[in-house]
Ligand binder design. Sequence first.
Ligand SMILES: [Mg+2]
Length: 345
Amino acid sequence: MSYSDQPRGIATSGGELALIEKIRRASAARPLGRVRLGIGDDCAVLRPPPGHELLVTTDLCLEDRHFRRDWHTPESAGHRCLARGLSDLAAMGATPLAAFLSLAVPSGIDRTWLDHFFLGLRALADEARVPLAGGDTAQSPSSHVLADIVLIGSAPFGRALQRSTARPGDLLYVTGSLGGAAAELLSLQSRSASPETRSARKPSPTQPHPQLFPAPRLKVGATLLRRSLATACIDISDGLSSDLQHLCNASHLSAELHLDRLPIHPLAAGDLNAAGDLNIALHGGEDYELLFAAAPSKKIPRSIAGVRITQIGTFIHRSTKPAVTAIDRSGGRSPLTPAGWEHRI
Ligand SMILES: [Mg+2]
């Protein structure tokens, strides 16, 4: 359904219909790209580029599980809903074509909150040039906001990056920096009521908000695919230790990880001691950076689309359990047990 019918389960009061109308109008005013028919018919119609295949990803964003209204600004909640799906497309080198949002909101929700949720979502949608092409709305039976996002992307036929195709001897790279999202979440926890937090709207180069406004690495993923740089790729949603394990398992390989090479986000390196910094960089989730494998013969640039790229390890034949061995500054080796992100909200 594409917001065209009367929404199921919603009283036909002016408020909810006004919301749908607002989404419809805002979407109609934006370029549709590969969406031939968007909101207004029973289905959206997409026209992928010739020679491409479609990629589909879906993410459920639950209040008090993936965001909290007292910690995350509404702009941040909207941004993060879309960012999770865009990051999945980035991990496969895909170009986003269309987004679909199904939203359940409790009766009596603050309209301003909802307006700003959409502002945050649309700001990122505009940046990523992905039209909102449909969805559904309903009244939530609970007091929680529930948002389900579906993203459709495309990639040249047979060329989407995968997790299962790393090879022994490949080098392991990561984009950007690690631990920032978890570090910012910890600080949101401790100062959720401060005016500084409430006024956070959008990251700036000097005031990044890796938790509130993560930046999906779409341009990096697309470049890795277009220039055939990566043999395998995943995005870091659960944390480096967990997602590297996923990459190793999918490719039936082990990996050696050099701890002293990890690019630790300045927020994570802030108030904590060195062991704490490392811990949050290894296990803190929601960074939405890309972790990828590349053959040693490939010349990987130091940055792609303005995003720093760091070589942090090597893939080897499957030999260890757990699959990842951490190597410290003095050459000491220890197994790295995945301790993925438990969403601590
Ligand atoms: Mg993912």
